[in-house]
Each structure stands twice: as structure tokens, then as C-alpha cells.
Design a protein. Sequence first.
Length: 247
Amino acid sequence: MPGRVKLDNKSAVLLHHHNYQDNSLIVHFFVQDEGKVSALARGVKNSRKSRYALLQPFQQLIISLSGKGELLTLTQIESGTQNWPLKGKSLYCAYYINELLLHLLPAHTDCSAIFSLYNEVLKLLSQNTAQETMHYEIPLRLFELKILEFLGYGLNLTHDFQSGEKVTVDKNYFYQLDSGPSLLENKQVQSIMISGQTLIALSRNQFNEQKTLQECKQLLKWALSQHLDKPLKSRELFKQLYGRKSN
């Protein structure tokens, strides 16, 4: 990122932070019209104005940043008007979303569409007070699908890539990530079996049946893994806490 940058009063959420020296933090924000932005929060642990207390995930922040290069300096922070009270499985699902964004979001790129989706998904997760499985899996699958599309890795869900025919609900398909579904298996290329019903439901953002959710989860997890350089810690933590079925 060339030249000096000054960002004032930007709407953002915290994705992650880690210690830097004795009293400072390196913080990674998701800024509405800037994508992922990393900054040095200098001396924040000794701040008399409780800036450190504001550096928590799942709440809207209003921040100002300045500097040169990829690591800016946090100059101002205050709380915004939104926060998402999360607990239980919904909380760990939100951490999973943050970790996805930390690894996949482009830096200093307008990501307003994903920012709006992030707000909506966290709102849905915070409303899942009964901790019902479908109520947190549906927002997760929607978020995974949309972030793949936003990053330019959208999936072919509607047509057999070999015949050109539309996918039908009564058939099962071999799905190849770089091409899409086909009725014919190519054993030299990795693929997974998925129903036409699931592909059509996914193309319509409809996740109303457990079988559809399970197959969507398998496909989207596979697609996302191609763009992640290491396993996500949030998935492993979810497994430890809630058993083998993870987000």
C-alpha cells in the first residue's frame, strides 16, 4: 500500500489481536470499506481511557488509523452502536467466522458487502438463544458461500460442466472444485458425491433440510480449505468442546 494513509472515524470490528512488547498490541480489524487492516495499538494496555477494554470482538467500533505500509497506527477508538451478545455454540461459530476473515479477507479493499453480511450473520447467531443446530449452521453456510463468491471462487451449482445440462433434483453428481458437477466420474480428479437437490438448494440460498445442510457443509469446507494455509483453530476448539461435529 503506497504512501501515507489516514483513515478517520471508520466503522470496524476486531478480528484478532496479539501482544507486542510490554504494553502494546498488534490488532487486525475488518474495516467496512477497507477490508482487513492491521495496526499497532501503542501503549494500549496502559491507557487511562480504557482503550484496551474496547478491543473486544463482536461489537462495532469507530476507529481512526494513520501511517505508512501494511501496519498502521491506531490513533483513536470508541464503541459504536451495535454489539452482538453471543454465548455457547453461537459464540464459537462467530470466532470461526472471524478466523475465516482473518485468513481470507483482502487488505485495504472495499468489502462493504461482506461487512453487511457479517453484521447480519452475527445478528442471527445472537438470536439463537436455544442453541439449535440448524439455527447456527444456516448462517455459517450462507457466510461461507458468499465469501467464496466475493473472493472470486464462486461455485458452479447449476449446470453439469460436461454436458451443459441443468442440474436436476433427482440425480447425484460428482463435484470437482475447478469445474463443478458431472454425472460422469473422473477418477484422476478429486471429487465428492453430492445430490442435485443440494446443489439447487445451495444456488437458491435455501438450507431447510438437514441432509442439504450436511452436504453443503462438506462441499463448502472442501472449497474453503483450498484457500487456507493451515487448519483453523476455532474448528479444533469446537470439536473439543462439542464433540466430533464441528462448524
